[in-house]
Design a protein around this ligand. Structure first.
Ligand code: NDP
Length: 484
């Protein structure tokens, strides 16, 4: 295994920083269980240094011409693309995701976000509002220092999806990666410096949840953007409210994927595979409740099982590997428990369900049939490669059942009837819907949840609203009228 030990546990004010007084953070390669790097969690002194340097850098950054800020983001994107291979390998080591995925979905997606917002930076203007003589103009201002808190499934992508719009609007960011994937965001911080960003503009503080929690309530933090679970989201949202801070909450889901009787079966099976087994099922928007019309459920299931049996499970760094390990043994145990719950609840285990012998946190892609709405495997976010097939008879029924969940992150449907597609989409309670596709999240499209799946939107122009505020300036052109 190549040496991935970073030069320091944190990246602050343009340089690696170490403080060995912090609790150890072992970085484990999920395919073998081997510790590949050891970092130290941020101490209060490190947190203070990061926030102070970000506050300084933000002022310098906001004073630059927007086009100059955009140029830095574009350069950072170009560096990510140049180093895609090396960054993808690091992402695979950090997360255990197969290299065939990381080569196309991580640094590449991060680069797209930086390209998009790099281009948008110089277009973020206010407006003039005529009032018949007097007028108002508006200024779109940055919020200040934004705190990004990341999950472990997409460490590079999450850091870029948060940093790109934040920096485009003139903010600085302090980013706290998940403790189980501490490596990738450090590289992004190095790249921003190389691209010409001022020292401190994007700082990375590694640590456990408590390090992030201490920053959420710090008076220097103006906004918090979290990607993670609903319970953590509830805690962070509540803590941020104390200081009336802006928030974006990108949380979990239990999204429906509806396959109508006229669907193209091969495409629907491809989507179900992508919606459940990509990244070993560790994706927030996954379509884990697959509702299949009763007329085609046998044909759909047969093709799904046939194709899933061929999945290549193996070493994430082998280009042939299609399914890597889970992120940690704890996460694997959680998924195995859900598989036992599914069996005990009466769902039919059609495929997988086991952890293969040997090292690494592997688990077989798992398919349950005869799943019903009230089963826990159909209600709770499992966050692993477990697909549930539910059957339905008609459209109104499936819409009601698809919406019968506390979550609302995403939804997908397959049909050749376009009138039906749009009619159903209009009724689905979800932030993102796909018609005859699943899980594509281009930076040009807003992404985020409704109901318990979160607040705010990432990506697209929509994210600008969540990283800036509007100041109204009233300009009088005549005398001031007063009663006396
Ligand atoms: P969490 O939601 O617990 O953690 C997300 C991030 O928040 C991590 O960086 C975490 O730090 C940090 N954090 C934890 N507690 C606090 C706090 N009180 N204040 C501020 N920040 C905090 O996700 P986990 O990684 O623990 O995974 C648990 C479950 O969450 C998974 O099983 C899965 O169901 C779901 N999940 C959902 C994701 C999604 O995209 N929807 C992504 C990842 C997980 P640290 O990791 O150091 O504790």
């Amino acid at each position: 295994m190549k040496n991935v030990q970073p030069k320091g546990s944190h990246f602050i004010d343009g340089a690696y920083v170490e403080d060995t007084a912090g609790r150890e953070i072992p970085c484990v390669y999920a395919a073998t269980g081997e510790t590949v790097a050891t970092l130290h969690a941020a101490t209060p002194a490190v947190v203070d240094q990061a926030l102070a340097s970000a506050a300084r850098a933000q002022k310098e950054w906001a004073a630059l011409a927007p086009v100059a800020r955009g140029r830095v983001l574009s350069r950072a994107a170009a560096i990510l693309r140049e180093r895609n291979e090396e960054l993808s390998e690091l992402e695979s080591i950090d997360t255990g995701k197969p290299i065939q995925e990381t080569l196309v979905a991580d640094a590449a997606s991060g680069a797209e976000a930086l390209e998009y917002y790099g281009g948008l930076t110089a277009t973020l203007t206010g407006e003039t509002v005529p009032l018949g003589g007097d007028f108002v103009y508006t200024i779109r201002e940055p919020l200040g220092v934004c705190l990004g808190i990341g999950a472990w499934n997409y460490p590079t992508q999450i850091a870029c999806w948060k940093a790109a719009p934040a920096l485009a609007c003139g903010n600085a960011m302090v980013f706290k990666p998940s403790e189980v994937t501490p490596l990738c965001a450090l590289k992004l911080a190095e790249i921003f410096i190389e691209a010409g960003a001022p020292a401190g503009l994007f700082n990375v503080v590694n640590g456990y949840g408590d390090a992030a929690a201490s920053m959420v309530t710090d008076s220097r933090v103006a906004k918090v953007s979290l990607t993670g679970s609903v319970p953590t989201g509830q805690k962070v949202y509540a803590a941020a409210a104390e200081g009336m801070r802006h928030v974006t909450m990108e949380l979990g889901g239990k999204s429906p994927l509806i396959i109508f009787e006229d669907a193209d079966i091969e495409n629907a099976v491809s989507a179900a595979i992508n919606a459940n087994f990509y990244s070993t099922g560790q994706i927030c928007s996954n379509g884990t409740r697959v509702f299949v019309h009763e007329a085609i459920v046998d044909e759909f299931t047969e093709r799904l099982l046939e194709r899933t049996r061929k999945a290549i499970i193996g070493d994430p760094l082998d280009p042939e590997t299609q399914i890597g390990p889970m992120i940690t043994d704890t996460q694997r145990q959680k998924v195995l428990e859900y598989i036992e719950i599914g069996k005990a609840e009466g769902a039919e285990l059609l495929l997988g369900g086991h952890a293969p012998e040997g090292a690494g946190y592997y688990i077989e892609p798992t398919v349950f049939g005869n799943v019903t709405d009230e089963m826990r495997i159909a209600r709770e976010e499992i966050f692993g490669p477990v697909l549930s097939i539910l059957t339905f008879g008609d459209e109104a029924e499936v819409v009601a059942r698809a919406n019968d969940t506390e979550f609302g992150l995403a939804a997908g449907l397959f049909t050749k009837d376009f009138t039906r597609a749009h009619r159903v989409v209009a009724q689905l309670q979800a932030g993102t819907c796909w018609i005859n596709e699943y899980n594509l999240t281009p930076v040009e499209a807003p992404f985020g949840g409704v109901k318990m799946s979160g607040v705010g939107r990432e990506n697209a122009r929509a994210a600008i609203e969540h990283y800036s505020q509007v100041k109204s300036v009233y300009v009088a052109m005549g005398d001031v009228a007063a009663a006396f």
